[in-house]
Design a protein around this ligand. Structure first.
Ligand SMILES: O=C(O)C(=O)C[C@H](O)[C@H](O)COP(=O)(O)O
Length: 210
């Protein structure tokens, strides 16, 4: 089993987190782990992101920490240097595919069409992020892909929340889902880690097929 395969099966939901203040990183990660969501994706969309990853890697050993919004090979290197175990991209590029092969961090590339999924699988990446899930066609598209491409497994992300996560998780080619609903900016700003833990526990209790 590859690292990415293991990561995608640890929990039904991967929280996608935007951290503006590095001081939020450790209490946030502890709340997610306590709520049953050990896999955490910190998007590289803020200046605080890499420092947040570093702190979680150092101080929350039960968290499996990764980066998101990985767009360039340099993002993979920076992720590894900060202590991330995995890195997630909204799509892929030839440069990223080349850099990810044999890299210290496991890479989860993004696909939204049959051609993208096939291209990535051909390059050895059978585990993919299906993004943007709802906008690209949602559960119906995933079910359609499962017929011709049964070996490809997805982490569906984009527009997913408690209202539709169970439908995705019941889809045979979905290993897990990702989303930002567990860590709303409001709760982070308020330092309401108990509320984050409650949302995490709700998400961790979702049943899944795969
Ligand atoms: O940052 C990345 O790497 C992305 O590809 C996008 C994120 O996964 C989505 O923005 C999360 O989607 P929502 O749960 O709808 O907020």
């Amino acid at each position: 089993m590859t690292l990415i395969e293991k990561v995608l099966h640890l929990a039904p939901v991967i929280p996608v987190v935007v951290i503006e203040d590095p001081a939020h990183a450790v209490p946030l990660a502890r709340a997610l782990v306590a709520g049953g969501l050990p896999v955490i994706e910190v998007t590289l969309r803020t200046g605080a992101a890499l420092e947040a990853v570093r702190r979680i890697a150092d101080e929350v050993p039960d968290a499996v920490i990764g980066t998101g919004t990985v767009r360039r090979p340099a993002d993979l290197d920076a992720s590894a240097e900060a202590g991330a175990r995995f890195a997630v991209s909204p799509g892929y590029s030839p440069d990223l595919v080349a850099a990810a092969r044999g890299h210290a961090v496991g890479w989860l590339p993004g696909a939204a069409t049959a051609s993208e999924a096939m291209t990535l699988a051909e390059q050895g990446f059978a585990f993919q992020k299906f993004f943007p899930a709802e906008a690209a066609g949602g559960v119906a598209l995933l079910r359609s892909l499962h017929g011709p491409l049964p070996e490809i497994r997805f982490c569906a992300t984009g527009g997913i929340g408690l209202h539709n996560a169970a439908d995705y998780l019941a889809t045979p080619n979905v290993a897990c889902v990702g989303g930002s609903w567990i860590t709303p900016a409001k709760l982070l700003q308020a330092g309401d880690w108990a509320a984050v833990e409650t949302l995490a526990r709700q998400a961790a209790g979702l049943p899944r097929a795969d």
